[in-house]
Design a protein around this ligand. Structure first.
Ligand code: 4AD
Ligand code: MG
Length: 461
């Protein structure tokens, strides 16, 4: 494997000639020496290359090196004379691989985050997006680590689906029909029997229903894949395409579900604090003041718990200060969620037992017949980060719920079979992957924690 700059920065000074490859971030020229800062994305810091101009046989070369050009340099790692770094490379043997000229859009100045979005193909070369992507990578690996250590089986659920898990009708349709000449049935509707799958199909909004079928065989499973929602919400925490992690556990009730969710989040926070120290310092200093310290605190504090009814009691007392006042039965908006976690609990809080009217059909009905065994984990700055529930495991109750919601039983025949054949209490939850990247980095807008955000009106790149 070729050395990364991260590895070179860890080397002790010696005469050994090593190779550094990367993109030039800055160039400082003086009479006798030229300093380059070389970055390859392996860590936040760059490697300083010190070039003795007299020793360089091609002085023309230096004039061609500008911010953004790619170079390869050979030389020894020496103790740095400057105070900003422990070691640097002394080189008189370097080659430009690709020039960048003066048009390179990332010249050495601070760029607005909005501008960086316009150059999505280059923004990973900035400190901010580089750090976000390294943390995102650590979190993704951590997701698998947590579940694998605990004996969960990784299951890949389909991306093309013919059922609407969340029942919200916010789905992107998948079709090969000619939109200029749609085949019609006798009563004037679209004739989906002529479509590719012989029925209407969509991109999945959640892998949960299929995930449940595998939990009913393998006990504990998890999914980790792309999810699509045609929600017309232009907010800082919604994407039309996002990644979701959905564990599903058989022989599990809401209580255990919540414990697993809390352990899982804390595992991921700890992992990032331990393994992304340099990047977390950066976020804490430049992105969200103190985000690292907050995370350390959260790792050591038990999450708060309250029922939806208790939450409404708290919120109605503050109704004057909300844009949307609440009453029992209202769906909670971000402002309410943030109030509960930031002001009232001052910690992450798990809200349970929501009115059935505002939650999906599959959630287990409580004895009061009004509320369901659902839970949302709310965190400061974001609001909802996890949504989950114990599932309705009783066939008749589930069928009755579907009827209330006008869901067609035949469409869910296979899902209902789980309640016919060896039904057990089971539960699970969904963590929005970009939401957790947002939370740990403190990045305000979800568009900046995924390489190419898809949102209403935007699918550039
Ligand atoms: O609360 P949601 O809709 O729950 C489900 O999809 C369940 N099927 C999960 C389960 O029980 N297996 O979504 C789960 C999480 C949310 O808490 C949020 O973190 C994230 O997915 N999420 C989004 N993230 C980004 N953009 C969007 N449009 C999102 N919608 C949901
Ligand atoms: Mg939800």
């Amino acid at each position: 494997m070729n050395d990364r700059i991260k590895d070179l920065l860890q080397k002790n000074p010696s005469d050994e000639i090593v190779t550094a490859e990367g993109w030039v971030r800055t160039k400082r020229d003086s009479k006798n020496v030229c300093f380059l800062e070389l970055n390859d994305g392996s860590c936040l810091k760059g490697l300083q290359i010190v070039i003795d101009k007299a020793a360089l046989n091609n002085n023309n070369l230096l004039s061609k090196i500008t911010t953004g050009s790619s170079i390869v340099a050979h030389g020894p790692i020496v103790k740095s004379a400057g105070g900003n770094q422990a070691v640097e490379m002394q080189s008189s043997d370097l080659t430009i691989l690709g020039e960048a000229g003066n048009e390179y859009p990332l010249q050495k100045k601070r760029h607005s985050i909005e501008y960086l979005r316009e150059i999505g193909h280059l923004r990973a070369r900035t400190n901010l997006i580089g750090a976000v992507m390294r943390v995102r990578n650590t979190l993704a690996f951590g997701v698998h680590e947590f579940f694998q250590q605990n004996g969960f089986v990784y299951v890949n659920t389909p991306l093309i689906s013919t059922s609407d898990c969340e029942g919200a009708g916010e789905m992107f349709q998948v079709t090969t029909l000619d939109l200029n000449n749609v085949p019609k049935t006798e009563d004037g509707g679209v004739d989906y029997s002529k479509d590719f799958f012989g029925k209407m199909a969509n991109l999945t909004v959640s892998g949960q229903l299929e995930g449940e079928t595998y939990a009913m065989a393998l006990k504990n499973i998890y999914t980790f894949g792309p999810t699509f929602r045609a929600e017309n919400s232009n907010t800082k925490r919604h994407l039309a395409e996002f990644w979701m992690i959905e564990p599903e556990m058989a022989f599990c009730d809401l209580q255990l579900d919540m414990e697993i969710a809390e352990d899982f989040l804390k595992f991921l926070f700890k992992k990032v604090l331990n393994e992304c120290k340099e990047d977390m310092e950066f976020f804490s200093k430049f992105v969200e003041k103190g985000v690292k310290e907050t995370l350390e605190l959260v790792v050591n504090t038990p999450f708060a718990h309250m029922t939806y009814t208790e939450a409404i009691d708290v919120l109605t007392k503050n109704n004057d200060n909300f844009e949307y006042p609440v009453e029992w039965g209202s769906d909670l908006q971000t402002e309410h969620e943030r109030y509960l976690t930031e002001v009232y609990c001052k910690s992450p809080v798990i809200v349970t037992d929501y009115p059935k009217e505002i939650k999906a059909f599959y959630m287990k009905l409580n004895e009061d017949k009004k509320t369901v065994r659902g839970m949302d984990v709310l965190v400061p700055r974001l609001g909802e980060i996890i949504g989950g529930s114990e599932r309705e495991s009783d066939l008749e109750t589930l069928k009755a719920r579907m009827k209330e919601l006008d869901l067609n039983e035949e469409d869910y025949w296979w899902y209902l079979d789980l309640r016919r054949f060896g039904t057990v209490a089971h539960a699970g939850f969904g963590l929005g992957f970009e939401r957790i990247v947002q939370y740990v980095t403190g990045v305000q807008n979800i568009r900046d924690v995924i390489p190419y955000p898809r949102t209403v009106g935007n699918a550039e790149f």
